[in-house]
Design a protein around this ligand. Structure first.
Ligand SMILES: [Zn+2]
Length: 555
């Protein structure tokens, strides 16, 4: 555990462990917005000031790190991602770069032997048919062109659908019997044969078959994934991990994080978003003594996470009106209103913060109704409940969210792929008030930024570029998505630093470069506030520090 340094100790003069000097710090602390140097003792910032002032504190043992005049910010915070899913994707064929089914097939073919050797399966992830020349969902017929002998499963970027080949269908017994599922679909073709597309919980048929890793494997995967995050300037994450594997692996996951903390091997701060879909699962979790705020060093239990709908790409986001491009559906609600209210009430009354995945306007409205009812019945001081994604909105809905003081966990990087489909899915009018970060900022709502990695990469810089410009960082000549709904650079930086800390009840411990806070910082190649907007995406992360320890350096 960290020990906070008192003002007396600072005035009395203490030995500094590390001094970071010759930097261009933008502290995000209004009392002291700019500085050249920062002194750190036991992981805590003890002084922020000029090179002269701070270097004068150095003693023989003090480590001095020259930042070469580079720009530095509080470490980036990613308020919603899936760390262990990301770790698992590292052993999968990455298909997000494919621009056609043919390209996806050849990527899989090229890595067939290498990537299938661990357990005999070829897994792929990250594909999005909306990025393809012919935007058609793949089926087993496409995957059979990769292999007829090795089972294959490729998961869509949204994680709401997985496609498998004939060998996998055979191994899973789906050619003999198709199970009835409450929250999932095993799709069949016009002849009643399984076509390889598994939606929502039907994907678990594959993951159940594949089993879970050992504790040591899991620890290695987590540590490795956290180091990747640190290399992108991230010093704190909120991660939703509990359903990464099928079966009850919550104890295994928490144990892996605990052991990494004990061994000094957890590179970044982790705030667990606890996906517990049913009252029984939540009760079992509470019975073990866990609740929001439970702390084990760098690992902390965060909010109860609930999933209220699917994704816009797969047309499973739950909408008030039928889809503009498919009037036969309004998407999928994963709870009915009474069930959702019951879950929220239970979490709320048991001291859990609550964060609900809602993408469609009907899903958001349902969550707002439930929050309103529960918070009125059982008032609680500062619960910091919130809505994850919160994409399809109108102004009235935003006003209601504001009234309840709900946090928004936004993913500006989603605009990269979604800007091509928003108007198709919901029509121009509703589209123009959706992905509307400006409306949240104008109302002084709590808006934190995240990547939903591995849905998108967790690189914060391109994510910030999207928030500021509304453009696709990979195709910046394409028109922007409603630039009037974008954020300023300062609002964006706040969203990826202080607001991330606030969303985790840690704004007094991190989120700005201030005396008494953890020395979590990032050094960048350029001054984010000075470069022209279109060059933000090219900024490089040069160094990342957590508790004053350098976790990544390219200086
Ligand atoms: Zn997510």
């Amino acid at each position: 555990m960290m020990v906070k340094i008192t003002v007396d100790q600072i005035i009395g003069g203490i030995k500094m462990d590390t001094i970071f000097y010759n930097g261009k710090f933008r502290t995000m602390d209004k009392m002291n917005p700019e500085a050249e140097a920062v002194a750190v003792k036991d992981g805590i910032i003890t002084r922020v000031g000029s090179n002269e002032e701070i270097l004068a504190l150095a003693e023989a043992h003090t480590k001095k790190v020259d930042l070469e005049g580079k720009f530095a910010l509080p470490g980036f915070s990613d308020s919603h991602l899936h760390l262990i899913y990301y770790a698992n994707t590292k052993r999968k064929v990455e298909l997000s770069q494919a621009r056609s089914i043919e390209e996806a097939i050849s990527l899989c073919k090229a890595q067939l032997q290498e990537k299938s050797k661990e357990d005999g399966w070829l897994l792929g992830c990250g594909w999005n048919q909306e990025d393809w020349k012919v935007p058609v969902f793949p089926t087993k017929i496409d995957l059979d062109k990769i292999s007829q002998d090795i089972p294959i499963a490729i998961t869509r970027t949204c994680y709401h659908a997985t496609v498998i080949n004939s060998k996998a269908i055979e191994l899973l017994g789906l050619n003999k019997e198709i199970p009835e599922l409450s929250n999932g679909i095993v799709e069949v073709d016009e002849n009643g044969q399984v076509n390889g597309i598994l939606r929502e919980s039907a994907q678990n048929i594959v993951w159940n078959y594949m089993g879970v890793p050992t504790l040591e494997d899991l620890k290695n995967r987590i540590e490795d994934a956290c180091l990747d995050a640190a290399s992108k300037g991230i010093t704190a994450i909120q991660t939703d991990d509990f359903e990464t594997f099928t079966g009850d692996t919550i104890d295994l996951i928490i144990k892996a994080y605990h052991e990494l903390v004990s061994e000094g091997r957890l590179p970044v701060r982790v705030y667990q978003q606890c996906l517990l879909r049913t009252p029984e699962k939540l009760q079992a979790f509470l019975d073990k003594g866990y609740k929001t705020g439970y702390e084990f060093g760098l690992y902390k239990i965060g909010p109860l996470k609930l999933l209220n709908d699917g994704s816009l790409g797969a047309r499973t986001a739950y909408m008030r009106e039928p889809y503009h491009d498919d009037p036969s559906t309004k998407g999928v609600a994963l709870y009915d209103p009474e069930q959702l209210t019951k879950m929220i009430k239970m979490g709320h009354e048991n001291g859990m913060q609550i964060a609900i995945h809602c993408i469609g306007d009907a899903a958001i409205e349902m969550a707002v109704n439930s929050f309103e009812q529960v918070m009125l019945e059982s008032p609680r001081t500062d619960p910091r409940h919130g809505i994850v994604h919160c994409q399809i909105t109108d102004i009235n809905l935003i006003e209601r969210i504001k009234k309840l003081n709900l946090l928004i966990y936004a993913q500006p990087i989603f605009i990269r792929a979604d800007k091509n489909i928003i108007n198709q899915r919901v029509g121009e009018e509703l589209g123009s008030t959706s992905y509307n970060w400006r409306a949240f900022a104008d109302r002084n709502m709590h808006l934190s930024g995240g990547s939903d990695c591995p849905v998108e990469k967790f690189d914060t810089i391109p994510n910030m570029y999207c928030a500021v410009t509304g453009k696709n960082p990979e195709r910046d000549s394409d028109p922007a998505w409603h630039p009037e709904n974008c954020l300023t650079v300062d609002e964006t930086v706040k969203g990826f630093t202080w607001e991330g800390a606030y969303a985790a009840f840690q704004e007094n411990e991190r989120g700005t470069i201030s005396v008494g806070k953890y020395a979590d910082m990032v050094v960048l190649s350029e001054d984010l506030y000075q470069v022209p907007e279109d060059q933000i995406k090219d900024i490089q992360v040069k160094m990342t520090m957590v508790n004053g320890e350098i976790k990544y350096s390219d200086l």
